[in-house]
Design a protein around this ligand. Structure first.
Ligand SMILES: Nc1ncnc2c1ncn2[C@@H]1O[C@H](COP(=O)(O)OP(=O)(O)OP(=O)(O)O)[C@@H](O)[C@H]1O
Ligand SMILES: [Mg+2]
Length: 247
């Protein structure tokens, strides 16, 4: 039955489908035939050794790189109604030479949010990440952990449908890591689908429903987290979990 459906509501970006995606630089194959489907509400964690291609895979998904072969298809257009619907958080936050508040407000401006709503939403986002006292400080003088929280405040203000995170807590202390994890959980609870790369296995257990294991550019398995940590399907993942480098 279609009666009552609001035809103005933007179509969901998801599912995102990757079909036999390959990324090569010269003769080197960095991503080797990855197929996967990302559904609404998923909480995915990507694990794998250094150089496996995790960051490249996230950048391909986010559209920062184009595949050499294969297809990456969203269910609907990336931008609808002016709103920014997907976002990415990097290990080292990319911030503007503005105040903390200005960084969030500028992201809202780019997303087409009317001027009169920006300040209130930016203040609320800073409060969400515990930076309410630092709104007027230059983003560049914030500590690493505070900068990462600011990057997440920007995401919180935008409430994207999909969020890609590449080692968002790699250089943070346990307290800052915990705070960032809380914000990521809150985003997911508010409806954002998350895909995160991490080397922190505790974090993978806390924030991952499904684990993707990437090895030498190939997706060796996709397994529910509780099963993955007890009985990974691939021998490479078992070796990885034992703390040894897969061959
Ligand atoms: N633009 C590029 N040109 C050439 N080689 C690249 C490019 N981007 C990545 N690579 C190579 O591809 C491989 C995978 O890189 P990637 O950054 O995705 O690894 P990763 O799994 O994220 O590793 P880490 O855990 O160390 O972050 C690496 O060997 C890297 O040197
Ligand atoms: Mg990486």
């Amino acid at each position: 039955m279609t009666a009552g459906v609001d035809m103005r509501a933007p179509l969901s970006l998801l599912p995102l489908r990757l079909d036999q995606v390959v990324f090569e630089v010269g003769t080197r194959r960095i991503i080797d035939g990855v197929s996967l489907r990302l559904d609404p509400g998923a909480r995915i964690v990507i694990l794998g050794p250094n150089g496996a291609g995790k960051s490249v895979l996230l950048r391909l998904c986010h559209g920062l790189l184009a595949p050499t072969a294969g297809t990456i298809a969203w269910n609907a257009a990336e931008v609808a109604g002016g709103a920014r619907r997907q976002a990415m958080v990097f290990q080292r936050p990319v911030l503007l030479r503005r105040s903390a508040l200005g960084n969030v407000a500028y992201a809202l401006k780019l997303a087409g949010v009317p001027r009169e709503q920006r300040r209130e939403r930016a203040v609320e986002a800073l409060r969400k990440v515990g930076l309410e006292g630092q709104g007027r400080h230059s983003a560049r003088v914030l500590s690493g952990g505070e900068q990462q929280r600011l990057a997440l405040a920007r995401v919180w203000a935008l409430r994207p449908e999909v969020l890609f995170l590449d080692e968002p807590t790699a250089s943070l202390d346990p307290g800052a890591t915990h705070e960032i994890e809380n914000v990521i959980s809150a985003l997911h609870a508010a409806g954002t689908t998350t895909v995160m790369v991490t080397h922190n296995l505790g974090q993978a257990r806390r924030l991952g429903d499904d684990i993707l294991f990437l090895h030498q550019g190939r997706l060796l398995e996709r397994t529910p987290a509780d099963r993955f940590f007890k009985h990974p399907s691939s021998s490479e993942a078992a070796t990885f979990l034992e703390g040894e480098l897969p061959w």
